[in-house]
Structure formats: C-alpha cells, structure tokens
Design a protein around this ligand. Sequence first.
Ligand code: NAD
Length: 285
Amino acid sequence: MTAQIINGKAISDMIREEVKAETDKLRQQGVVPGLAVVLVGEDPASKVYVGSKEKACIQLGFYSEVHRLSADTSEEELLALIHKLNEQSTINGILVQLPLPKHINEKAVIDAISVDKDVDGFHPESVGNLVIGDDSLLPCTPAGVIELIKRAGTDIAGKHAVVIGRSNIVGKPVAMLLLRENATVTICHSRTANLKEIASQADILVAAIGRAKAIDSSYVKPGAVVIDVGINRLPDGKLAGDVDYEDCLEVSGAITPVPGGVGPMTITMLMSNTLKAAKKAHGIG
Ligand code: NAD
C-alpha cells in the first residue's frame, strides 16, 4: 500500500480559484477586499513571505498595501500605523509580519489590531472565539491543515487526532479546530511521555514540532492521515518536514509532502480570511 499524496499546491490553487471567483463577483457590487501587510526590518525570510502575500493579492484582484518600515521603527510609530489601518475603510485585513525586532512588544502590537481585521487570527479575542466556537477569523496555517484533511476526502468526526506541538500559532489552534470538527483530540508536546505509543494510535496525525524528520513510520498507525506542518532547513540547504516522508509513505493512508503540502495553504487561507472580512465589513453574507 502506498499513501495518497495530499497535493497542497493543487488544493491551494483550487481554493484561490474559488476566492478569485467570489472577489470578481464582489467587485461588481463595488467591494474590493483590501489587505495591509506590515514588515518591520530586514529579516530575509519575512521579506520573502511579504512578497508572496503581495503577489497573491495582485493575482486575486485585492487592494494591497505593503508598509516596509525600518528596523529602528519605535513601538509607538508601529502602533500609530495599526490604529490608522484599523480606521481605513479600504483595508479589511491587517497582517504584521512576525517576528518583530526585539525592542517592540509583539503582544501589544497584536492586541492593537482590530479583531474584525485580524486576518492572522492571533488576537486574543479571535483565539477566544475559536475556543468557544463563535464565528471568527481562523489562524491561517491551522485552517489550512483542516482544509487539506477535508479536501483529501477524510471525514474528521469521530476520528482520533493526535497533534504533536502546542504552540499558539500551530499546535493549539489545530487541536481546537479538530475538536470543533468532532475529532477526539490528543495534544502531545516536548514533555509528553510515550509519544510514540500515543502517536501510533492516531487516525489523523499532525506534526508541528520544528525538528526535521522527527516522526518516522514507527509513530504512524497503518492507514493514518499524516499532516506535516514542519518546515526545517537541512545542512545541505534542502527543506524537510517534521515527518520522515519517505519512511512514512508506505504505512500512511494519506500524507502531505514538504514542500508542497501545508506550506502553500497558509497564504491562501490569509486571502480567504481577507475576503471573509471584506464581506463582513460590507454586510454581505
Ligand atoms: P514552536 O517551536 O513554537 O513549537 C514546537 C512545539 O513542538 C512545542 O509545543 C514543543 O512542545 C513541541 N516539541 C518540541 N520538541 C518535541 C519533541 N521532541 N517531541 C514532541 N514535541 C516536541 O514551533 P511552531 O511555530 O509551532 O512551528 C512548528 C513547525 O511548523 C516549524 O517547523 C515551523 O517552521 C513550521 N511552521 C510552518 C508553517 C507553514 O506555513 N507551513 C507555519 C508555521 C510554522
């Protein structure tokens, strides 16, 4: 048996087509979704991510603003920009690219973003809404994980899902979303005893650890759906996930590759969130 390979690029393209079609319809009603991305400093990876977000906006016909600020921008200056964007009617989504320079309090900045424009889904009120099951903008990578599982044809309800990793940006929200989809959820982390024993009971296994190839086939129940969130740079410059893909290919029922699995979904879900925020701002169902 060889696993179904979950093609994140193809699924992401399909969702972008859907977002584009809806955006074209909205335009006829005079509504153009607008995204503001704020980059502080010169972090090379952040620059690449911001460029990709700008490109996606153009591709989908969104209004896009990119604010590239110098590394010595003060917290006050950044907060003033956020307040301005909160008030600006052409902007429906605000994303501050993380990490921020050390002298800026990340939490103060995230808290300042209007919850209606919180397309990253990191604001405490968005997190609270996610936990209690209210409608909210969902964090992009976790929402992408759920889309991949569903669009690969897996019914989540009643399954045992094991999430390895408990970060605020991936592990915890993925676990909450799986719970919302009626999975039975176990969250594992660096202090979990018997990780292998627990992981190998999973019908759906999500790895968000940040350690290259940490999960080999001995952690995977035959036929399980394996979602690899990890992006790790190997010494030879290549990218690897948290899952040993080659080793798990045979035993899994379905598996995401790295690159080309979860990665392409993140920006697509950001676009989907911006569209959703624009519709809400204009009272469109
Ligand atoms: P993090 O470092 O904040 O969290 C890692 C989690 O893994 C922690 O909760 C920790 O308890 C757990 N962990 C660490 N070592 C472990 C071990 N030996 N056994 C079990 N659990 C262990 O990382 P993060 O921000 O959640 O990111 C995780 C991975 O996902 C990284 O590789 C990151 O690059 C990637 N990522 C990808 C995307 C994407 O768009 N695809 C987005 C965000 C993060």
